[in-house]
Write a protein that binds this ligand. Structure first.
Ligand code: SF4
Length: 334
């Protein structure tokens, strides 16, 4: 039996933060086992940032450099830009002809996100935004991916994709597409500096590509247990952002930190210093790699050009099957 195929992607939002690290480390492991397609989802970014067209070129470069410094390997995986593989748009169009509107309207995240953006004064109720789960389905099945790394909250989107596959295969009486399954790999959830979800839009993130001074400064800003005034006051690690980080990035010392905090045996300053040390140890090899990569300013574009070529090859093969299944073959056309 051949290897399974995985597709995953991220919107190009520029420099990534520590909240992305665990996802990228999963991707790095996938490369050993699966055929991997990692996509810069720039069309998806435009579903909400359609008024910011300059956003994507520098953001793409920054994000892909972060992917590479963490260990994504262009020799093992196709790393590509969605908009450079036009077949995604064709498949999205064809699928839109067979997808009932009600399937999209009942997607649980649609109304939530529309509401969130409305509160920020932005109307995203476009045709494209309503249809983005279908574009995601096209992104996945055009590579015949049979595994998709998703979090629990994205399972409805994957189920939607599976429904679209079943409908297509049933309507055209051919198993052109496999039904992709969820790959529920563990993703470590870490909060932002202020305890909310880590997000650039909240300004509470720690950038993945950074330096020791910036890491130390950001960790100093982390919210701790507000009831702890003196180093010997008993603390509540379960409500402390610093402790959440120790559990993910300094696992071997997390229990000692927990007990030291509860018993009032460690102070927050030294607790933060030990976290800074652990973060620097974990991230330094990545920073070193990124500095090497940046020596060649064209490297990212070379990686993407090759990835685009590989992705196009697979996508165009699939589209030939799709067109044939739907009866689009015109005699004599090439
Ligand atoms: S000792 Fe550490 S875990 Fe406890 S409140 Fe201070 S920073 Fe948080």
């Amino acid at each position: 039996m051949g290897k399974n195929t995985i597709l995953s992607g991220m919107r190009p939002t520029g420099r990534l933060h520590l909240g992305h690290l665990s996802v990228l480390e999963n991707w790095r492991r996938f490369q050993e086992k699966y055929n991997c397609y990692f996509m810069v989802a720039n069309w998806h970014a435009l579903t909400t940032a359609f008024d910011d067209p300059g956003l994507t070129v520098q953001a793409t470069k920054d994000m892909v450099l972060d992917w590479l410094m963490v260990g994504l390997d262009p020799e093992q995986s196709a790393i590509f830009v969605q908009s450079e593989v036009k077949e995604h748009a064709e498949l999205n169009l064809l699928l839109s002809l067979i997808t009932p509107l009600s399937w999209l309207e009942r997607c649980p995240t649609y109304k939530d996100q529309v509401q969130q953006f409305r509160e920020q004064g932005k109307d995203i109720t476009t045709y494209g935004f309503l249809g983005y789960p279908l574009l995601m389905a096209a992104d996945i099945i055009i590579y015949k991916a049979n595994l998709v790394p998703v979090g629990e909250d994205q399972l409805p989107h994957l189920e939607f994709c599976r429904e679209v596959v079943r409908r297509f295969n049933h309507l055209y009486k051919q198993d052109v597409f496999p039904e992709p399954a969820a790959c529920l790999d563990k993703v470590a959830m870490i909060p932002g500096l202020d305890g909310r979800k880590m997000s650039k839009s909240y300004g509470n993130e720690i950038p993945l590509y950074s330096n020791p001074e910036e890491i130390a400064a950001r960790v100093r800003m982390m919210v701790t247990d507000p009831q702890r005034i003196h180093a010997h006051d008993p603390g509540r690690p379960e409500i402390c952002t610093v402790y959440s980080f120790h559990r993910v990035f300094n696992r071997s010392a997390a229990e000692e930190v927990e007990q030291g905090c509860i018993k009032g045996e460690i102070g927050c300053v030294s607790c933060k210093k030990s976290l800074v040390k652990a973060l620097i140890e974990r991230l330094s090899p990545c920073w070193e790699r990124r500095r090497e990569l940046e020596q060649n300013p064209d490297y990212v574009w070379d990686v993407l050009n090759e990835g685009n070529r590989l992705a196009r090859g697979k996508a165009s093969q699939t589209m030939e099957e799709v067109r044939a299944a739907m009866g689009f073959e015109v005699p004599g056309s090439s």
